[in-house]
Write a protein that binds this ligand. Structure first.
Ligand SMILES: [Zn+2]
Length: 512
C-alpha cells in the first residue's frame, strides 16, 4: 500500500513556506556530468549569471581535485559576488586547507552517512566518523568559514545514525546540515522522514538526484518537511540522471506557492548559457527551458492561444524570460498561419490563405517542421509575387586540414559583389565567420541557434542545417539541405540574412 505522507501532518506546511534559498552546484556536481569540463573563464561566466539571478550560494568546484580546479574556483571568488561562494570538501583537514587557498566563503563538507559509505568506502567506524566530523567542523569554523555538513548517501543511511551525525555537526558549530539523496534512491515518504528529523535539529538543506524521476518532488517534499535551502543545477545536469533542475523547483515554488527563490526572468538565459558551455543540449520537451515549452503547433491550441494567451499555458513565458511561439506543421490551422504571416507583415486574401494552409499541412504531413522561410516562400508563390533577393551566395571555398581552417565566400549584396575570408575552429565555423564578415556592415544579425540533422545514414548523407537568426526583434528560421555540411550551413545563414534585410526593406517602404 502506498501511504504517501501518512501520519505526517507537517506536509500541509508547503503553503506556509515564505522563504527558500538555493545552492547552485552546476559548477561542481553539474560539472561531474560525463564529458563536461569548464575553463576558469566559462565558470566565471556562469557564476556571474547565477549571481545576477539572485542565487544565494554558489558551489564553485572541488578544491581537492587539483591545481587547475583551484584556479577556476579562485577565478569565481575573485568576482566579488553577492552570493556565498563555496568549495566541496571531503572529510579531510587537507581538503579544507585547499579550499581556504581559493579564498572561498564556505565549505560543503561531505562525510559518510550510510553504512556502505562509513565502512566500505571510508573504512572507519560509526563513532569515529561522528568524532572526526565534529573536529573538522570546528577546524573549518576556526578558519572563519561558513560550514554545511552533507551526510553522503543519507537517504540510504540508518536515520537514527544520520540524526546523531548531524546533531554532532551542529553542536560543533556547523551553520547547517544537508540531507543528500546521493544516488537518487529515495521515495517522497523516505525523504519526508529523513528531512523532518534533521530539520528538528537545525537549519537543513536538501540535495536530490533524478534517478527515479523524483528529484523535483523530493525537493518540494523536503521544503514541506522543513528544509530551507535546496541544492540543484541549471538544466538538471549532473552525474547519471542528473541533479534536481533548479529552474523546475523555482517555477514550482513560484507558481504553486508564491515563493520566489531566484530571479525567474534570468532562468532562460542561464539555461542557454549552461547548455552551450557544457555541450549538453536541452531536450525540446524539457520543462521551463525546452524549446517547445511555450510553442503551440496544433491548430486547435494555436487558435485557443490567439484568443487567450493562458488557454494552453500554466504561466506566461515572460515569467521565465521567454517568448511564446506559434509553430506550423501538419496540425496548422487558418488562425495560426494567418498569425505567422502577419508577424512578417504578409497580407493574403481568404482564398490565398486556404491554399497556403493546405501547402503548410502537406509539408507537415511529411514529418517536417515548416520554417519561416518555407512559409514565406509558399506565400510568395501563392500570391504570384517574385521576391527580389538582397543577399545571394555566389561561391564558397573552405579548407580543412590546415591550421587554422580557412574559408572564403563571395556574396552578391544588392548588386555589389563582396568577398571575405575568415578562419574558424573548423571549416563550417570559418565559412560562417566569412559570411558574417561580408555582411556585417549592414546586417547586425546574430546567430541564435544552429542545428544539424542527417537525413540518411552513411558518410555521404544529406544533412539539413537549421539556423535561427535574429536582428532586433525579428527572428527567422531557415533550413538548407546539402551533402556538403559547410555549403548547407552557409546557404542557410545567407538565406536567413537575406530574409532579415529584405523584410526590413519592405517595412521601411511600407512605413513611408
Ligand atoms: Zn550530488
Amino acid at each position: 500500500m502506498i501511504d504517501l505522507f501518512g501520519g505526517h501532518p507537517e506536509t500541509d506546511a508547503l503553503s506556509d513556506v515564505d522563504d527558500v534559498q538555493f545552492l547552485d552546484t552546476t559548477l561542481r556536481d553539474g560539472e561531474q556530468a560525463p564529458g563536461v569540463s569548464l575553463t576558469p573563464e566559462e565558470k566565471a561566466r556562469v557564476a556571474r549569471r547565477l549571481d545576477a539571478a539572485a542565487i544565494d550560494v554558489i558551489e564553485a568546484g572541488s578544491a581537492c581535485t587539483g591545481p587547475g580546479e583551484r584556479a577556476t574556483i579562485d577565478r569565481v571568488t575573485d568576482l566579488d559576488l553577492d552570493a556565498t561562494v563555496t568549495s566541496f570538501c571531503r572529510g579531510l583537514e587537507r581538503d579544507i586547507d585547499l579550499a581556504l587557498e581559493c579564498d572561498v566563503d564556505g565549505v560543503n563538507l561531505v562525510v559518510p552517512a550510510s553504512d556502505r559509505h562509513v565502512t566500505t568506502k571510508v573504512g572507519t567506524s560509526h563513532d569515529e566518523n561522528v568524532h572526526n566530523t565534529a573536529e573538522l567542523v570546528a577546524y573549518a569554523k576556526d578558519h572563519g568559514l561558513w560550514v554545511e555538513v552533507i551526510g553522503e548517501d543519507g537517504s540510504r543511511a540508518d536515520v537514527d545514525y544520520l540524526e546523531e551525525l548531524m546533531a554532532a555537526s551542529l553542536e560543533a558549530g556547523a551553520d547547517r546540515v544537508c540531507y543528500a539523496d546521493t544516488v537518487g534512491h529515495a521515495t517522497p515518504d523516505r525523504t519526508l522522514e529523513c528531512v523532518s528529523r534533521l530539520a528538528d535539529l537545525g537549519p537543513t538543506s536538501t540535495h536530490t538526484h533524478d534517478d527515479l524521476g523524483l528529484a523535483v518532488t523530493n525537493a518540494l517534499v523536503s521544503v514541506a518537511a522543513g528544509a530551507d535551502l535546496v541544492h540543484g543545477t541549471i538544466n538538471g545536469i549532473g552525474e547519471r540522471a542528473g541533479n534536481v533542475a533548479l529552474e523546475e523547483v523555482a517555477i514550482a515554488l513560484d507558481h504553486g506557492y508564491g515563493v520566489e527563490p531566484m530571479d525567474l526572468t534570468e532562468v532562460y538565459g542561464l539555461a542557454q548559457l549552461v547548455a552551450k558551455l557544457t555541450g549538453i543540449p536541452l531536450a525540446p520537451n524539457k520543462a521551463v527551458v525546452g524549446q517547445n515549452a511555450f510553442t503551440h503547433e496544433s491548430g486547435i491550441h494555436t487558435d485557443g492561444t490567439l484568443k487567450d494567451d493562458a488557454m494552453y499555458e500554466p504561466y506566461p513565458p515572460e515569467k521565465v524570460g521567454r517568448e511564446r511561439r506559434l509553430a506550423l506543421g501538419k496540425h496548422a490551422g487558418r488562425a495560426g498561419v494567418e498569425a505567422a504571416l502577419s508577424e512578417h507583415d504578409v497580407e493574403v486574401d481568404d482564398g490565398q490563405l486556404a491554399e497556403i494552409v493546405d501547402r503548410v499541412k502537406a509539408i507537415g504531413d511529411r514529418g517536417k517542421r515548416v520554417t519561416d522561410a518555407d512559409l514565406l516562400t509558399i506565400a510568395e508563390d501563392v500570391k504570384g509575387a517574385d521576391r527580389d533577393r538582397t543577399v545571394e551566395l555566389l561561391d564558397l571555398t573552405a579548407v580543412s586540414g590546415v591550421n587554422p581552417p580557412t574559408a572564403s565566400v563571395r556574396l552578391d549584396v544588392a548588386g555589389e559583389t563582396r568577398k571575405e575570408a575568415a578562419t574558424g575552429s573548423g571549416p563550417v565555423d570559418a565559412a560562417m565567420n566569412a559570411a558574417e564578415n561580408a555582411l556585417s556592415h549592414e546586417v547586425d544579425a546574430s546567430l541564435e541557434s544552429y542545428h544539424v540533422d542527417a537525413i540518411t545514414g552513411g558518410t555521404d548523407a544529406v544533412v539539413t542545417v537549421e539556423v535561427e537568426m535574429a536582428r532586433g526583434d525579428d527572428h527567422v528560421t531557415v533550413t538548407a539541405s546539402d551533402s556538403d555540411i559547410t555549403s548547407a550551413s552557409v546557404t542557410a545563414m545567407v538565406d536567413a540574412m537575406d530574409r532579415l534585410v529584405t523584410d526590413e526593406g519592405e517595412q521601411v517602404i511600407a512605413d513611408d
